[in-house]
Design a protein around this ligand. Structure first.
Ligand SMILES: *[C@@H]1O[C@H](CO)[C@@H](O)[C@H](O)[C@H]1NC(C)=O
Ligand SMILES: *[C@@H]1O[C@H](CO)[C@@H](O)[C@H](O)[C@H]1NC(C)=O
Ligand SMILES: *[C@@H]1O[C@H](CO)[C@@H](O)[C@H](O)[C@H]1NC(C)=O
Ligand SMILES: *[C@@H]1O[C@H](CO)[C@@H](O)[C@H](O)[C@H]1NC(C)=O
Length: 210
């Protein structure tokens, strides 16, 4: 048995993992754990008072909420983000810097106009841990069969492979069997909704190593 290993450390700056969403968007909003999330609530906040509510029991009376008046969070009416200084509202955009796991969930924002009318919009927020370093190892069995395995950290990882220097693609599995006689570069690429990374290693056919 022999083991070939490849390791690449991803240098992702925090800015790359900043996420932008808006209330009323059709798709879920994916936020990167530990990074910044900007959620546009409204372009012109001057006309409205707002209430952001996290729908836990779908009970308007008891679910945690946060009131926003004149583009400012009302600290004494905000049990939703209580004691989190990193949560602010600027120009109608809710900014969470840095996102925690508990920010996942379904939210409704209610808009109250001075003439008494009320509207609301929804948003589903999913928090995912970004991908860490991507590691590839290849194991040769004594029969000459090669198996490549890829691993990384993060949530909801999707794996794909580029083999034979780009000629072949395989999706979906963290491990693949390589053709006997594979000689060249293989790349494991990993992604989730908030980040991606890849590592390439050079493999020589097992038989030549035995
Ligand atoms: C808010 O928006 C206005 C107009 O677009 C802009 O001039 C101002 O700099 C913004 N304020 C902040 C704090 O971003
Ligand atoms: C949020 O809403 C979606 C779609 O309605 C639902 O599938 C999901 O289970 C809800 N999540 C939570 C945490 O309530
Ligand atoms: C990954 O490969 C293993 C072993 O070949 C197999 O049992 C498993 O079903 C595969 N998973 C996917 C997602 O293709
Ligand atoms: C394999 O990868 C190395 C570096 O990662 C590169 O220099 C080389 O050109 C690649 N070989 C092929 C055939 O693409």
């Amino acid at each position: 048995m022999m083991l070939i290993s490849g390791l690449m450390l991803l240098l992702q700056t925090a800015a790359c993992l900043d996420r932008f969403c808006r209330f009323n968007q059709f798709d879920p909003c994916y936020a990167a754990l530990g990074h910044k999330l900007n959620v546009l609530m409204l372009l012109d906040t001057s006309e409205y008072d707002m209430k952001i509510q996290k729908r836990i029991n779908y009970n308007k009376g008891t679910d945690p909420l946060c009131r926003v008046k004149n583009d400012m969070i009302k600290k004494n009416e905000c049990d939703l983000y209580s004691n989190r200084r990193e949560v602010t509202v600027i120009n109608g955009t809710l900014i969470i810097n840095r996102v925690i796991r508990a920010d996942s969930g379904n939210y409704t924002t209610f808009f109250y106009r001075s003439d008494g009318t009320e509207t609301s919009t929804d948003l589903q927020v999913n928090v995912e841990a970004p991908i860490g370093s991507v590691e590839v190892s290849v194991i040769c069995s004594s029969s000459g069969v090669m198996r490549a395995s890829c691993s990384s950290e993060g949530d909801q990882l999707l794996y794909s492979w580029i083999e034979l220097n780009g000629d072949s693609l395989t999706d979906g599995n963290s491990s693949i069997n390589l053709d006997v006689g594979t000689d060249g570069n293989i790349t494991c690429s990993v992604k989730n909704h908030v980040s991606h990374g890849q590592t390439t290693i050079n493999v020589k056919s097992c038989s030549s190593e035995l």
